[in-house]
Design a protein around this ligand. Structure first.
Ligand code: V55
Ligand code: FE
Length: 491
């Protein structure tokens, strides 16, 4: 097999590891609370083969599904490829056949028309099924016990959308999953599909609407009353893609939008609200209703956080100079033409995490990752090419902020929240921390840190040691034993 390029997409914690692994009984330092019983699933892009193009990016890497399984204080680790149609075709050929990120015109002729999705972004649990998702295609179902790929999921043939977001939202009370797909009608279609699956996992609603321009819509928000799509000006262009260019280019001079409708309503009720020019956001934290007001908390940046999306738009701003912050956008829905009122909530950062029970409800705690400038030079790797080195806990209502630091040069990935059976206790967070082992950025060891969710500043109460350098995660999810036991797939 050929060599990997030495760009930010293939060094540090993006170094291709390519190994399916099973380890029983990882080394544990400290004591894992007995109430932590379940599985921490992680979506890990990795490269089964060297790319066709040197400009290949981490978002284009093959999906792997990893699991830390917590049983009575012991932890087992497994990681497997997601066996997508694309993965299996390349496995058979023993080489890469698919070209650039979201550009089918750069593929080997032998795979023309084949599904290109790599299922590398978020593990999603709903109604007894585990899915791996990527926003450019449908979800793949995974057996949560064996990590075997079971196939593409289309709700028993009912789903029309060709795409499925990596960020569905599950209502904690109704158990419904609200989700969407953009480019729902195929490559560069301006259709968005808005869907609801009930608590039993049946598709109960699918409606399509059009977006104002062809943007990447990575995440959305539900409240008890509304479904909300913030839309930011990073756009696709079919002619550019046909000539072998980038799928996405950020447009610094274009306005953003909010699309908002009653969550059980009809898309004809959609209201469109103009937002600030040139801004970007990949992840919203949460939203909730407050009388006629709707609050929407998001990780906002002044331009796109991905260098390749900025460069394609002719924007020359280095990574460390991108301004932004955690902000609250408030809309007064009693008005005919609501406007966005913005106020700051916290420092810049991304990869927010919420307790599942707070989804779409008034809330006063969230966690996200940020960059501590005193934490030494950041470890290269992760989707944008530079890792975060600190975890923040924020109380949006009063601005109270606490932080968990990591050793100098270490990286921290998105946490999961593990609820506690004790209603007085705020639960735990778990996060993979990569700790450098010398000057070579590919040389580090990965550990799972467990912290008290409401006392992150006290540091880890336990560390689970893999002894290995694991490839960067995108998103993760916690699935309790109780839920694992309701799985429709068997061990
Ligand atoms: C993101 C991640 C993706 C992707 C598009 O975090 C956006 C944002 C891991 O894949 O394809
Ligand atoms: Fe995401």
């Amino acid at each position: 097999m050929g060599a990997f390029p030495q760009t930010i997409h293939f060094i540090g914690s993006n170094t291709p590891r390519r190994a399916e692994i099973t380890i029983r009984d990882l080394e544990v330092e400290g004591e894992i609370p007995a109430a932590i019983d379940g599985a921490f699933f992680r979506a890990v892009p990795d490269n089964a083969h060297a790319p066709l193009f040197d400009e290949d990016i981490a978002l284009n890497a093959d999906g792997m599904i990893a699991r830390f399984n917590f049983v009575e204080g012991a932890v087992d680790f497994d990681i497997r490829w997601v066996e997508t149609e694309r993965f299996l075709a390349e496995k058979e050929a023993r080489r890469r056949l698919f070209g650039q990120y979201r550009n089918p015109f750069t593929d080997d002729e032998s795979v023309a028309g084949m599904d290109r999705t790599v299922s590398n972004t978020t593990p999603v649990w709903h109604a007894g099924r585990l899915f791996m998702t990527k926003e450019d295609g449908r979800a793949y179902e995974i057996n949560p016990h064996t990590l075997a790929t079971l196939g593409k999921w289309d709700y028993y043939g009912a789903l029309r959308s060709e795409t499925f977001t990596a960020h569905p939202r599950i209502d904690p009370q109704t158990g419904e999953m609200f989700f969407f797909g953009y480019e729902a009608g195929g490559l560069c279609s301006d259709d968005i599909a808005y869907c609801i699956a009930d608590r039993d996992g049946n598709l109960t609603r699918e409606q399509w609407f059009k977006q104002p321009y062809l943007s990447t819509i990575h995440d959305f928000v539900i409240t008890e009353k509304y479904a909300i799509w913030p839309i930011f000006p990073t756009t696709a262009d079919l002619e550019r893609i046909q000539s072998g260019g980038a799928h996405w280019a950020h447009q610094q001079d274009l306005e953003s939008w909010i699309a908002i409708m009653p969550r059980y309503g009809d898309v004809s009720e959609m209201k469109w609200i103009k937002g600030p020019v040139g801004v970007s956001c990949f992840h919203e934290v949460n939203g909730y209703d407050d009388g006629d007001l709707v609050h929407l908390d998001l990780c906002l940046s002044a331009t796109n956080a991905f260098s390749f999306m900025r460069e394609a738009g002719g924007i020359d701003i280095p990574q460390h100079e991108i301004g932004g912050g955690l902000v609250r956008w408030t809309l007064d829905m009693s008005k005919d033409a609501p406007e966005i009122e913005e106020r700051p909530l916290g420092p810049p950062g991304d990869l927010p995490r919420l307790a599942d029970a707070d989804q779409g409800r008034p809330y006063n705690r969230a966690w996200y990752l940020s960059m501590n400038p005193e934490g030494g030079p950041p470890m290269p790797g992760g989707p944008v090419g530079v890792n975060f080195n600190c975890l923040l806990r924020i109380e949006p209502g009063n601005g109270r902020l606490t932080a968990l630091g990591v050793p100098p040069g270490a990286a921290i990935s998105e946490p999961v929240h593990v609820p506690s059976p004790d209603a007085q206790h705020g639960g735990w967070l778990m996060s993979v921390v990569d700790i450098p082992q010398g000057p070579d950025p590919a040389n580090y060891v990965s550990e799972v840190w467990i912290v008290e969710a409401d006392e992150v500043e006290k540091g880890p109460i336990a560390k689970v040691k893999t002894g290995l350098p694991l490839r960067s995660q995108v998103h993760g999810s916690w699935v309790s034993r109780e839920r694992m036991d309701t799985s429709k797939a068997h061990a």
